[in-house]
Design a protein around this ligand. Structure first.
Ligand SMILES: Nc1ncnc2c1ncn2[C@@H]1O[C@H](COP(=O)(O)OP(=O)(O)OP(=O)(O)O)[C@@H](O)[C@H]1O
Ligand SMILES: O=P(O)(O)OC[C@H]1O[C@H](OP(=O)(O)OP(=O)(O)O)[C@H](O)[C@@H]1O
Ligand SMILES: [Mg+2]
Length: 282
């Protein structure tokens, strides 16, 4: 039975369970449950702190896990990213009082408060910078106000928490994080269960990114229409009862669908319909 670690709480918890459900797996009914067995798919899910998940996966006690890229790097264990899951996006950045630091090189000799000492120490080591890293559990934005640190390094999403604390980012983000699927380093054997999970999750990612576009267009305009909607491989074209017209179907990026519909309409296409994709295997 495949054993998979899933965040039990926090930002990644809800979206991770939603994605697994969308991929056809059973998920716990109660947020206090710590294990959920999906016998139909031969998978067991373990609900763990996202920060601990890389450790369980690296030790081989669990086969796969969902965690954040920043948490995987911070853990510095023998586990690798298999797939970017497309949610839980955030940057990880240094921040300080306006004017107190201008460039990352100013970090030398400073006190840096963070809940991610692994990420920060790696960043400093790569640049041969020496600074004092103060490890805190959270609410690190308070550390400067309270005199514990000169700089913080933390997850930044909207930036609202930094602004409220009167801090501003310093330099470029240390990394761009998002939720990822991880596996033990060296676990090269891709079992049928791992393959099935990967295909299903990739199917969810595609179903979320794409929509199905259908329209009618004059056959002599098909080359131009096809350039607007090339689909993944090629658009499907079916004859219409109306002479000289065809019906077309193609997958298009959800983010581009309105622009494409406008351009198709201008070209002369009509009965342009968009439908969602619930699941797919490409
Ligand atoms: N706005 C956000 N705040 C915190 N973490 C976020 C945010 N957006 C994405 N993440 C990601 O979520 C993971 C951190 O999750 P974790 O559960 O440890 O903290 P949390 O969501 O802040 O929950 P809590 O602090 O309430 O325990 C990291 O991978 C981080 O990049
Ligand atoms: O850029 P923003 O949209 O404001 O989000 C980022 C903030 O959210 C998280 O804090 P959280 O509320 O989880 O508290 P914590 O520091 O105790 O984890 C994170 O640690 C940042 O402080
Ligand atoms: Mg938090």
């Amino acid at each position: 039975m495949l054993r998979i670690a899933v965040p039990n709480k926090g930002t990644l918890s809800g979206p991770a369970a939603d994605m697994l459900r969308e991929a056809g797996y059973r998920q716990r009914a109660d947020s206090r449950d710590l294990v959920c067995t999906d016998a139909d798919n031969d998978v067991e899910f373990f609900y763990l702190r996202p920060r601990d998940i890389a450790t369980y996966v690296a030790s081989g006690d669990l086969d796969l896990g969902i965690t954040g890229r920043d948490l995987l790097i911070d853990a510095d264990v023998d586990a690798d990213e298999l797939l970017d899951l497309g949610f839980g996006g955030a940057t990880f950045r240094f921040a300080a009082r306006p004017g107190s630091l201008t460039a990352p090189s100013d970090l030398a000799g400073r006190r840096i408060a963070t809940a991610y000492p692994g990420v920060v120490n790696r960043y400093l080591a790569e640049r041969a910078l020496t600074a004092e890293v103060v490890r805190l559990d959270g609410a690190v934005e308070n550390a400067i106000r309270l005199g514990v640190a000169d700089v913080i390094a933390d997850v930044v999403s909207t930036g609202a928490t930094l602004r409220q604390a009167g801090l501003e980012p310093v330099g470029k983000p240390l990394l761009e994080s998002s939720a990822i699927l991880i596996r033990r380093r060296g676990a090269e054997d891709v079992t049928a269960g791992v393959n099935q999970l990967l295909r299903r999750l990739q199917g969810v990612l595609v179903a979320r990114r794409y929509v199905m576009l259908a329209y009618d267009v004059r056959a002599d305009l098909m080359e131009q229409a096809s350039a607007l909607t090339p689909g993944i491989e090629s658009p499907t074209i079916s004859p219409l009862h109306r002479e000289g017209w065809v019906a077309v179907e193609a997958m298009v990026l959800r983010a581009e669908v309105h622009r494409i519909m406008d351009e198709l309409y201008d070209l002369g296409a009509r009965a342009i319909l968009v439908t969602g994709i619930h699941a797919c295997r490409l």
